[in-house]
Design a protein around this ligand. Structure first.
Ligand SMILES: Nc1nc2c(c(=O)[nH]1)N[C@H]1C(S)=C(S)[C@@H](COP(=O)(O)OP(=O)(O)OC[C@H]3O[C@@H](n4cnc5c(=O)[nH]c(N)nc54)[C@H](O)[C@@H]3O)O[C@H]1N2
Ligand SMILES: Nc1nc2c(c(=O)[nH]1)N[C@H]1C(S)=C(S)[C@@H](COP(=O)(O)OP(=O)(O)OC[C@H]3O[C@@H](n4cnc5c(=O)[nH]c(N)nc54)[C@H](O)[C@@H]3O)O[C@H]1N2
Ligand code: SF4
Ligand SMILES: [Mo]
Length: 835
């Protein structure tokens, strides 16, 4: 049978797989669903495991059948009897469409060089050797002229391999003279800054989601595992099963959208205007404090475990520091203003007297949630014995995300219940996580880093970008002045991107980035390694075609948000298609061209590297009964187990704060952040606008393009809430027609805002930064005054610079946040007109 016919045949067979919410079971169905009979496998000799390695946090195992090197059918894990706790890690709708993705028409089939202007998308096939030599000679010239920091390797999360990752290309660049790297990420930049300030430790996590089985109140902000953690063993499945054991749990969800998590599960949905959660948190805090509840119920807890709640707490701290000249906090002493305490701030007393009260009546006008319903949330929180509070990352990807997240962290602190069964501290839920070991080190001796978000700015003014203003980090000590400041020293002249679409599609303000990249004199070399011709790939000078997951031998851990099941998959690929090569081989080719092959390969073949990584992974997971060789493990495919015990956030700290302090400067939770007081004193801000400031206390701040923003409110009357849609993982899987049919890319708009337009009307959505064209979907699932659009659709430039691909980043703004220099990609104001 010809390949085309095979594809047709199995398309029909797979079309019955689930379209939405692919958990191991579905909560609408009876508790023990009938497992459909598994059809007899027609190709037993070609059945192997691969994995879906996108950045959704799960890396689900994929079982595939092939014949004569052609994939004929995709299945998922059905190895076990499927009882929760020992259950299948089934792939979601995206993983199940992998055959379409592998054979997509827009695969990059051979190495190519650009022939038109940059970004035009005109390419000519070249040999691998020419590709490697062009890269090596250009990088060497640029390094000689501008130094290694002019070579930047950008963020990319499209391929969570254990071994064959973008690290291979970084290793070739590292071994040959080094490159500039980045810190933090597009996911959690503001959380990564806010969490250490108030709770300590960036990796501080929340309780396992199954702890909600012991809770009497769930309160989630931008919390949506049923769309963002869709794996059959992911967080949504842990939540679903815990809810079954605790059906009376009250679930309150705060989100501008009525999400899939809310459907059938939320007791109450509170539609909130984007970027205003801090206002809601302050109003709830006001209810809890002004009523005397905190004084009676949680004051002792707060005094013991936190600093900065009231004036007395700060006075005591100051006195303690003054009494001991060797005190570890001496450097902060003069930064502590005892007047600047949370209680006075919330009650508008002391230095805050006369400022507008942020009570429920006020917050109603800001958030869009009725006063009475704000009081209801506060009431429920006060009467709960075990509140589980979770702050989703959708709240952090905003202009004032750092302040918002810290404001929300105040709620679990004020309840005084952190550390008890059934509760959580607000942080992202803990995951069990079983990973791989081994793999390729980057061999990069360049320590300097920039924030992942500032790379395009560094193409234009990297030479002058500095530590205190721009967040440049890890400069050598002899480069710093007496204030700790120093500059990066060069503009970025070459950009590498592997398994990423964040040169164009996933980065803010495409029209702006595009112009920077189009100027070939600024960034002189753009190298993209991908499997498909994405919008970022179109901006490459040199394109390097990688094999897809199904064509690659590798190890895959369970990634970072796979809930309480831990697993590792040993992937076995079909023969690479076209002229694609694995990233290890691409890195090797680059290393040879640079003359550093020995350092790169250490004399080993790809197979030997994999075997070594297998042996390291086997010793790391010594509780699993794993075979002697990698080849044998590939035949078994998946190893797994369920977390042996529960995890309650910060329990060890609560049980013994002296011996298990948190990693804030004081060792306690810092409502008044000493570190941020220091940052406010030393860092140089982008402007004197409130949204560009840092304050030691969490304070609600009006974002640019926020609900109350006077500069944009009138011209752009609607707020646009971005979200991660189940039709894609970011931009990955956008080119799969089944998924485009299954999950419509349309702008959600409330009937009150649709102004008589019909469902499906094509509209131009315009922000101060650009225009896109999309159809509308009229639905009460988005609150009035707010429209919503799934992020990740592929940018496509149409007439008059209208993005007819409907990519949300044509609308977003480039404005790094004050502390993390992070991405405020959910803060957007728009106006809408018929196309
Ligand atoms: N299907 C799918 N799954 C994914 C991804 C994907 O692209 N597709 N991406 C993965 C990655 S890398 C990440 S980082 C995570 C992202 O996970 P999240 O950051 O949690 O995802 P978002 O969809 O951005 O935000 C979650 C919710 O926050 C809401 N929201 C937006 N602004 C606000 C606000 O101001 N206040 C409140 N209360 N809610 C707000 C959105 O409507 C959305 O429902 O998801 C991962 N999983
Ligand atoms: N407006 C807005 N923008 C956002 C977000 C948002 O919420 N709103 N979310 C942000 C977040 S949280 C994140 S994590 C980023 C994600 O941004 P990216 O890390 O760029 O994620 P993807 O868009 O999935 O792009 C992954 C790329 O890897 C490629 N790829 C897949 N498999 C392979 C492979 O095996 N080999 C190679 N070489 N390439 C492969 C895919 O084709 C794709 O081009 O986007 C950010 N951008
Ligand atoms: S997209 Fe995520 S949940 Fe879906 S199959 Fe892939 S790894 Fe699993
Ligand atoms: Mo992310």
């Amino acid at each position: 049978m010809k390949r085309r016919n095979f594809l047709k045949l199995s398309a029909a067979a797979s079309a019955v797989t689930c379209v939405v919410g692919c958990g191991s079971s579905n909560d609408d169905k009876p508790e023990t669903p009938e497992i459909p009979e598994i059809p007899e496998n027609p190709y037993p000799d070609g059945t192997h495991f691969s994995a879906c390695l996108v950045n959704c946090g799960s890396n689900c195992p994929i079982k595939y059948h092939s014949k004569d090197g052609v994939i004929t059918q995709i299945e998922t894990d059905y190895a076990l009897e499927d009882q929760y706790g020992n259950h299948q890690v089934r792939a979601c709708v995206r993983g199940r469409s992998l055959r379409q993705r592998t054979y997509a028409a827009d695969r990059i089939k051979a190495p190519m060089k650009r022939v038109g202007k940059r970004g035009e998308g005109k390419f000519e096939e070249i040999s691998w050797d020419e590709a490697f030599e062009t890269i090596a000679s250009k990088v060497t010239t640029l390094r000689d002229q501008y130094g290694p920091r002019s070579i930047y390797f950008h963020y990319g999360t499209g391929a969570y391999y254990g071994f064959n990752s973008a690290n291979a290309l970084k290793r070739a660049l590292g071994a040959s003279g080094g490159f500039l790297s980045s810190y933090s990420n597009y996911s959690w930049a503001q959380i990564n800054a806010a969490t250490p300030a108030i709770l300590g430790d960036r990796t501080q996590s929340g309780s396992y989601l199954s702890e909600i089985a012991n809770s009497d109140l769930f309160l989630g902000f931008g919390f949506n595992p049923f769309e963002i953690r869709m794996s059959g063993s992911g967080e949504q499945y842990d939540m679903l099963n815990a809810l079954k054991t605790n059906p009376n749990l009250e679930v309150l969800l705060v989100d501008p959208r009525y999400t899939d998590t809310a459907v059938g599960r939320a007791s109450k949905w509170y539609g909130i205007r984007p970027g205003t959660d801090g206002a809601l948190a302050e109003a709830i805090a006001h209810e809890m404090i002004s009523s005397g509840w905190v004084e009676q119920n949680s004051k002792a807890f707060i005094d013991k475990y936190a600093i900065g709640y009231d004036r007395e707490s700060l006075e005591n701290l100051k006195a303690e520091i003054e009494a001991d000249s060797e005190h570890k906090l001496t450097k902060y002493k003069d930064l502590i203003d005892v007047e600047e305490n949370y209680k006075d701030y919330i009650l508008r007393e002391g230095k805050y007297a006369g400022e507008e009260l942020h009570d429920a009546a006020w917050a109603a006008t800001v958030t869009g949630i009725d006063e009475i319903r704000i009081k209801e949330i506060a009431q429920k929180l006060m009467s709960s014995n075990a509140p589980y509070i979770s702050i989703g990352a959708g709240t952090n990807r905003h202009a004032c995300g750092e302040q918002t997240v810290r404001s929300l962290y105040m709620l679990p602190i004020l309840t005084g219940k952190i550390g008890q069964p059934g509760t959580s501290n607000g942080a992202l839920p803990r995951n069990y996580g079983r990973g791989t070991s081994g793999g390729l080190g980057q061999l990069n001796d360049q320590r300097a880093q920039i924030s992942f978000f500032t790379w395009a700015e560094a193409i234009e003014r990297g030479a002058e970008m500095d530590v205190l203003h721009d967040g440049v980090s890890r400069l050598d000590s002899d480069e710093l002045d007496e204030n700790g400041n120093g500059v990066l020293g060069t503009n970025i002249k070459a950009v590498f991107s592997a398994a990423g679409n964040a040169l164009i599609n996933q980065h803010s303000d495409i029209n702006h980035t595009r112009k920077i990249l189009e100027d070939e004199s600024k960034c002189e070399l753009v190298v993209v390694c991908d499997c498909w011709m994405t919008p970022s790939a179109e901006f490459a000078d040199i394109l390097l075609p990688d094999t897809t997951w199904l064509e690659t031998n590798d190890l895959a851990g369970d990634s970072y948000a796979s809930g309480q099941t831990g697993y590792v998959t040993f992937m076995k690929g079909i023969k690479p298609l076209y002229n694609a090569r694995s990233m290890y081989q691409i890195g090797l080719g680059m290393a040879k061209a640079f003359g550093v092959e020995a350092a790169y390969s250490e004399g080993k073949t790809e197979e030997q590297w994999l075997e070594d990584a297998y042996q390291a992974t086997k010793s790391r997971n010594s509780d699993w009964d794993m075979p002697d060789t990698y080849a044998e493990a590939q035949e078994i495919g998946v190893f797994r187990n369920f977390a042996p015990s529960t995890y309650i956030a910060m329990k060890s700290f609560i049980d013994d704060p002296e011996n298990n302090p948190v990693t804030t400067p004081s060792g306690k939770m810092e409502i008044f952040s000493l570190d941020w007081a220091h940052k406010a004193d030393t860092l140089i801000m982008r402007s004197d606008k409130p949204y560009d400031q840092i304050t030691p206390l969490p304070e609600y701040t009006v974002p640019w393009q926020g609900y109350e923003d006077v500069d944009t409110k009138d011209d752009y009357p609607l707020q646009l809430a971005g979200y991660h849609t189940k039709g894609r993982t970011h931009s990955s899987y956008h080119n799969v027609p089944w998924l485009r049919e299954a999950v419509e890319d349309a702008l959600w708009i409330n009937p009150q805002d649709a102004g008589g337009m019909a469902n499906g009307t094509q509209v131009i959505v315009e922000s101060p930064n650009g225009k896109i064209q999309v159809p509308i979907k009229i639905t009460p699932r988005v609150m009035p005054g707010v429209v919503a659009l799934g992020q990740g659709a592929w940018y496509k430039k149409g007439a008059n610079d209208v993005d007819v691909g409907g990519c949300i980043n044509t609308l977003t703004n480039y404005h790094p946040t004050p502390v993390s220099k992070g991405n405020p990609q959910h803060t957007i104001r728009v106006r809408i007109n018929k196309a």
